[in-house]
Design a protein around this ligand. Structure first.
Ligand SMILES: Cc1cc2nc3c(=O)[nH]c(=O)nc-3n(C[C@H](O)[C@H](O)[C@H](O)COP(=O)(O)OP(=O)(O)OC[C@H]3O[C@@H](n4cnc5c(N)ncnc54)[C@H](O)[C@@H]3O)c2cc1C
Length: 360
């Protein structure tokens, strides 16, 4: 043996002048210039109209908190809007944003997918983040694929989990009709994901310092807005509830929904449900927890007459504590509940309502 394993010898005849992967003399593998230097996470901050002006959408706040934990690199945020967005800066820095790009420009203050995607692409080329995260909202689901196409990268949509191995992201999402969850890695940077609300907890707003940069952008596309009608929406959202009283197929008497509402109001919670009750037409879709419903992360989730199918479990996996009330001792939900009551759901609901009424 000549002892020339280091890859820097060019003189002996034994170590392959005909090896195509051989580096030139003196060059070490660590200096491979093809290796991307992309780093950090960019989060698109979606805003929603609140009573006193724009507010940070809950899912964007959750993603900023997650980005801070997942990355050792910088956390970038991009927000679109006029001067009315400025009061949100302290909150965004309080979630751990290092650099905030505030995009302004003619026609950039109202959401439009094409110019937003083009603008974000130019920002991405400048800051080279390793990861781009957006909420899996209706806008996020529209904007993210456009941006991925402009950047020529992959997108994992509707994620229910993210873990990081340094700059590499492992993105988890339901697959095959929700019967499996798939862990997906993107083979290049930037890696992109849309993430469902409730996947991560909402972070506290701490004292934070960062840099805000105005990013002036003039779109060159001709599209405009023909009308801007606001659709009336319920102000209540199960994703914001601290306590959820959740009802499933084991609820056979419709009047138990009123009992559940009464219990929820007494404990400061809300009523949610499995898909069974939505399909029966007893509850609106906005109350459905699960893969094709909403992801929730309450302090306490009390499931009445719910079996714990994987599609339902996916949506409630963020709950801190789970209590299962199910008459079947073999129901899967008992396998992951913190407390199980093998009992009739109706009996327990009525008893809770009575006890809470007495308490006052
Ligand atoms: C692509 C896809 C997406 C889906 N998305 C969702 C989703 O987002 N959310 C969702 O919930 N489901 C979803 N599903 C449906 C899911 O597979 C289950 O069918 C559904 O979650 C079952 O709801 P359940 O637990 O209420 O009903 P069941 O599975 O029928 O369970 C009812 C439970 O009630 C118990 N029970 C019966 N009587 C009583 C009683 N008197 N007291 C106490 N317990 C009682 C039974 O023991 C049983 O465990 C999806 C399915 C597919 C294929």
């Amino acid at each position: 043996m000549s002892g020339c394993e280091g890859g820097s010898c060019s003189t002996c005849s034994t170590c392959g002048s005909d090896d195509p992967d051989r580096l030139p003399p003196g060059m070490l593998a660590a200096y491979n210039l093809n290796q991307s230097t992309a780093d950090g996470i960019l989060v698109w901050v979606e805003t929603v109209q609140g009573p006193d002006g724009p507010e940070v959408a809950a899912v964007s706040a959750e993603l900023l908190g997650a980005a801070r934990k997942l990355s050792d690199g910088r956390v970038f945020a991009v927000v679109f809007g006029g001067l009315e967005v400025k009061p949100l800066y302290p909150q965004l820095f309080g979630y751990g944003v290092d650099t905030l790009y505030h995009v302004r420009g003619k026609g950039m203050e109202t959401y439009r997918p094409e110019p937003y995607a083009d603008c974000m692409a130019s920002l991405v080329r400048r800051i080279e983040p390793a990861t781009i995260l957006m909420g899996a909202t209706s806008r996020g689901r529209e904007l993210a694929p456009r941006l991925a196409a402009v950047l020529g990268t992959g997108l994992t949509a509707d994620c229910t989990g993210l873990t990081a191995d340094r700059r590499r992201m492992v993105m988890t999402r339901p697959a095959f009709g929700g019967n499996l969850t798939a862990d997906i890695e993107c083979s290049k940077f930037p890696q992109m994901a849309t993430v469902r609300q409730g996947t991560f907890p909402r972070p506290p707003v701490e004292e934070g310092v960062g840099t805000a940069i105005y990013w002036q952008y003039e779109p060159d596309c001709e599209s405009g807005i023909l009308s801007d009608e606001k659709v009336a929406e319920s102000s209540e959202d199960i994703r914001d509830a601290r306590i959820l009283i959740s009802l499933g197929d084991g609820i056979r008497d419709r009047s138990l929904i009123d009992v559940a509402e009464s219990v929820a109001s007494k404990v400061g919670g809300m009523v949610s449900c499995s898909r069974s009750l939505v399909e029966r037409g007893w509850m609106p879709r906005s109350r459905q927890v699960g893969m094709s419903g909403r992801n929730v992360a309450p302090e306490l989730y009390i499931a009445f007459g719910i079996s714990g199918a994987v599609q339902h479990r996916t949506g409630m996996s963020g709950a801190k504590r789970v209590i299962a009330v199910n008459s079947d001792p073999d129901a899967p939900i008992h396998g992951f509940a913190d407390l199980s009551l093998i009992a009739d759901a109706g009996d327990v609901l009525r008893e809770m309502d009575r006890a809470l009424s007495k308490k006052g």
